[in-house]
Ligand binder design. Sequence first.
Ligand SMILES: [Zn+2]
Length: 171
Amino acid sequence: MKSLLLLAFLIFLLGFLPEENNVMPVDGASTKDWNQQSFWYYPWGLSGVHKGIDIFAKKGTPVRAATGGIVLYSGSYGRGGKVVYMLGANWRFHYFAHLNNVSVPWYRVVSAGEQIGTVGTTGNAQGKSPHLHYTIKSVFPRIWAYRHGTYAAWQRTFYLDPGKFLRGAPQ
Ligand SMILES: [Zn+2]
C-alpha cells in the first residue's frame, strides 16, 4: 500500500516536469480573433457555460498544439464535432474542437506548435463562422482560483482561461 502511494506521488510529480508552452493554436491569430469576455460566459446554449474561447479564422487554417503532450483522443465527439483531446504538462487537458480535419492519431506524443488539424465548423459550429474552440482543464481543482459568486464557482476552479494562458499571464 505504501509503495503504491509513493508510486502515485512520483507519477503526480512527473506531470510537472515537462516544460509548458503557450503557442497560439491557430496560425496567424492574435488576441483580437476571440472575444476576451467569452471564457466562462453564461448562459451558453446546451453547454450552460462557455468553458473555453473561440478563435475565429478561415476554414482550413492550420491548428497547432498549444503545448506539448500526448493525444488521448482524436476523432468525432458530440457537439465538439472533430476534436483533439490532449494531456499536457502540469496535469492539464487541452481540448480543440470544431476541426475541419484532424491530423494526429490517438496516443501520439506531439510537441508545441505541431499541426494537429485545421479550423472548421464541425459539431455544433455548423452554420456558424469557422472557429477553433479551445478549452484547458486541470485534472485537479485550482482552489486558489475560487471566486465566490462566480457562476459554477467550484467547477470553474478546474478550468483555465485559454486567453490568459496564451499570453502567459498568471491565473
Ligand atoms: Zn466555444
